[in-house]
Design a protein around this ligand. Structure first.
Ligand code: DNO
Length: 356
């Protein structure tokens, strides 16, 4: 397992590589050409410049999160083959930069959704949270404004303003897309890219839906174990795998994450490990990584990853905003560094315990 941290790139992330480098046990960063819209071309010079930036700071790029999939691919639009070709070209650029892991998602319209980006906790920290009662009152057309206002001027990953400016159009594109159709479109996409992934040796790591249920009536196809198994079994290729995101799957208390890990095994190419606290039905907030701070058993999650021989990159995920840090919501340095150290400690204890 390689411990990593997400970094949004120069000009986007207030957390610098110099600071990230000081986190003990860190092997690399997970990043992207941030600011690229789904379907944009990825130029080799741009990715090589990013790579140089990271390497000059003494780090390496352990994976790309994300190359986003164009909505025409998700909805089988008339341009989908052109966008699939462009996706393949981006994968070629990625491989040419020596990177072999790509995280992506197949969520309709919105990437992750929250109703509050800065819910105040008793300890004075703030966290992102989701309450269906609030979300159900929001007009989806205004969701971007609601999120952006709460982000205090920071750009949110997955909520690019240029994309959200077309929100009505995006909803229209999905109006006839149900879950089966969305899955068929995913299958078409994967069948087209997998031969290239094999040649390039790029592992594709599907990120689960967050939260793990339908939001605003949009179709969701990556919510639970059954969905993830359907993904890897339908296109049964070792390069077709998942990102095990404990926080996203953990939004639904019915998801048994250690069991999901043991069921997906070597098809887990990347892991996001964080905790979440359930407050009620479809009502949760993010928490510190420690088991005692949320509803997930972090030891059991790390143990399951250890037991399946997980050897890909793993990163702590959203943390609390603490010590007055200003950052992309959930992506401050401080609480993620605490989370990373905690997860490294669990891993070391499991490793040493299993040797005795
Ligand atoms: C949120 C992230 C997601 C994730 C994408 C992957 O913080 O986990 O935005 O990067 O869904 O494509």
């Amino acid at each position: 397992m390689d411990m990593t941290m997400r970094w949004f790139g120069p000009g986007y992330d207030p957390v610098t590589l110099d600071k990230i480098r000081q986190v003990p046990g860190l092997k690399g960063v997970i990043t992207t050409l941030y600011g690229k819209q789904p379907g944009d071309e990825w130029k080799k010079e741009e990715l090589l410049a990013l790579k140089k930036n990271v390497e000059d700071a003494g780090l390496k790029i352990a994976g790309i999160e994300s190359i986003n999939v164009h909505d025409s691919i998700k909805t089988a639009g008339k341009d989908r083959d052109m966008y699939i070709q462009r996706y393949i070209d981006s994968l070629k650029t990625t491989a040419a930069a020596g990177i072999n892991l790509v995280c992506y998602n197949f969520m309709a319209v919105f990437d992750w959704t929250r109703s509050d980006l800065a819910k105040l906790r008793n300890d004075g920290a703030s966290v992102m949270s989701y309450d269906e009662k609030i979300v159900s009152q929001i007009n989806p057309d205004n969701m971007f404004d609601v999120m952006q206002e709460k982000a205090g001027g920071c750009l949110l990953p997955g909520w690019e303003p240029q994309r959200m400016a077309k929100i009505k159009e995006l909803f229209e594109m999905y109006q006839d897309i149900d879950e089966d159709t969305l899955f068929k479109n995913l299958e078409y996409f994967l069948k087209a890219i997998m031969p290239e992934c094999e040649k390039l040796k790029i592992k594709m790591a599907m990120h689960p839906d967050d939260p793990g249920w339908s939001v605003f009536g949009l179709p969701r196809i990556m919510k639970n174990k059954q969905d993830l198994l359907r993904l890897v079994n339908t296109i049964n290729n070792p390069y077709n795998g998942i990102t095990l995101c404990s926080g996203s799957l953990g939004t639904n208390p019915d998801n048994d994450i250690p069991d999901i890990i043991r069921s997906l095994k070597e098809r887990i190419h990347f892991a996001h490990v964080r905790n979440v606290r359930h407050n009620g039905y479809r009502d949760f907030e993010e928490s510190a990584h420690l088991s005692c701070d949320g509803s997930l058993d972090m030891y059991a999650i790390m143990k399951a990853l250890y037991d399946i021989g997980f050897d890909g990159p793993l990163r702590p995920d959203h943390g609390r905003q603490i010590w007055d840090e200003v950052s992309v919501p959930g992506y401050g340095l401080y609480d993620r560094a605490i989370g990373l150290s905690y997860l490294s400690g669990i891993w070391e204890a499991i490793k040493k315990g299993s040797v005795c």
